[in-house]
Design a protein around this ligand. Structure first.
Ligand SMILES: [Zn+2]
Length: 364
């Protein structure tokens, strides 16, 4: 049997399955229900949050043989062909690989022909910001007076690179990064269906490190599964495979900072640098842990939302909170935050970090 990558296997096929993007999905559903279908949509937002997925569902909704519908049937020839990427009236272009004026010209010349089997000729142009200036001009003319049977769905990760003239002719929909919790829920569901044995903490770590991109989350998960064939996937393993700093090391850093043990700090830095773990990531996590300590010092409760979702043992954070004064935590936090800002001016990140730890060492 042919292997299908998880991201494709679990790609949402109807609006109801889309993760996050509730407002956008509702807007699309309303437009279809009211038959107010704009001739050009522009989906914007970071990679892997559902732009292409939504475009394909929209194409199916507009082309399903049943009717123009918010719930395409997925069994008619048109729906099936779109899902297989073979529908002649749904033309997908990746502007990142087709930026020459000649290419886009050929595509745009074909728009005057009526659809072959669909209701509309639908063009999905991905990474639209990559088009050349001439191509933009050619596209602009078409967007100004599009034939009735043509629909454009444009997508971009870099809206600011798109000429205003193009933007203003489209219905702009800005997709948001997906909340960690939703990514966690989705990963948990698919891993259960795939019968993968994995610790909850490992799924949490994958969700936290996906920066709101569902595709990144799935791809990372796939990588972890491939590395851990037939074995239980643990939090520890995920940190190793993805080069993420384990929470136990961050706890150690904070312990050494508070006890001013410079030697151990530098030794731990060496160790983690050898594992190719990003030093900036370490600094961010240390700052985060200081935030948790301060929170506990003030609220004296572990009910805070951010504390609950942290991967640290509350008991350990509580111990730090007890033995250190609030003023000290604030002072160190400020040094670390300012240090992070100035990290780009240091000859390299390691030097920047070392100076930061030295600064803290000399604080009273
Ligand atoms: Zn259909």
């Amino acid at each position: 049997m042919q292997y299908t990558v998880l991201a494709n296997k679990w790609r949402p096929q109807i609006f109801k399955e889309v993760i996050g993007q509730e407002y956008i999905v509702q807007l699309l559903i309303n437009s279809i229900n009211l038959k107010k279908i704009h001739h050009a949509w522009l989906f914007t937002g970071i990679r892997g949050i559902g732009k292409t997925t939504l475009a394909r569902i929209l194409a199916k909704s507009l082309s399903c043989l049943k009717s123009i519908t918010t719930l395409p049937c997925r069994i008619c020839n048109n729906c099936i062909s779109i899902e297989q990427g073979k529908f002649l009236d749904f033309i997908e272009l990746d502007a990142a690989s087709r930026t020459k004026i000649e290419d886009i010209k050929i595509v745009l010349e074909s728009i005057h022909y009526t659809p072959i089997i669909g209701r509309f000729k639908i063009y999905l142009i991905d990474e639209i910001h990559m088009l050349s200036k001439h191509s933009f001009n050619a596209l602009l003319k078409t967007l100004e007076e599009p034939p009735k049977h043509v629909k454009f769905i444009l997508a971009t990760t870099e809206l600011e690179k798109l000429p205003y003239t193009i933007r203003s002719r489209c219905l702009q929909l800005h997709l948001q990064p997906i909340h960690e919790k939703k990514i966690y829920k989705f990963l948990k569901k698919i891993l259960k269906k795939e019968k993968i044995d994995i610790e909850s903490k490992a799924i949490e770590l994958l969700s936290q490190n996906s920066s709101g991109s569902i595709r990144d989350a799935i791809n990372m998960t796939e990588l972890v599964i491939a590395s851990e064939m037939h074995k239980k996937i643990t939090y520890e393993k995920v940190t190793q495979i993805l080069g993420i700093c384990h929470s136990k090391h961050i706890i150690k850093f904070v312990k050494y900072i508070l006890t001013k043990d410079l030697q151990k700090i530098f030794k731990l830095l060496d160790f983690l640098e050898n594992l190719s773990i990003s030093l900036e990531e370490i600094l961010i996590k240390i700052i985060q842990l200081f935030h948790y300590i301060a929170l506990l010092q003030v609220t004296l409760s572990n009910q805070s939302k951010s504390l609950k979702k942290s991967l640290y043992s509350i008991k350990k954070i509580y111990n730090f909170a007890k033995i250190t004064s609030f003023e000290k935590i604030q002072k160190y936090y400020t040094i670390l935050i300012n240090g992070r800002k100035n990290l780009k001016y240091a000859p390299n990140i390691r030097i920047g970090l070392e100076i930061l730890f030295l600064q803290i060492y000399h604080e009273i």
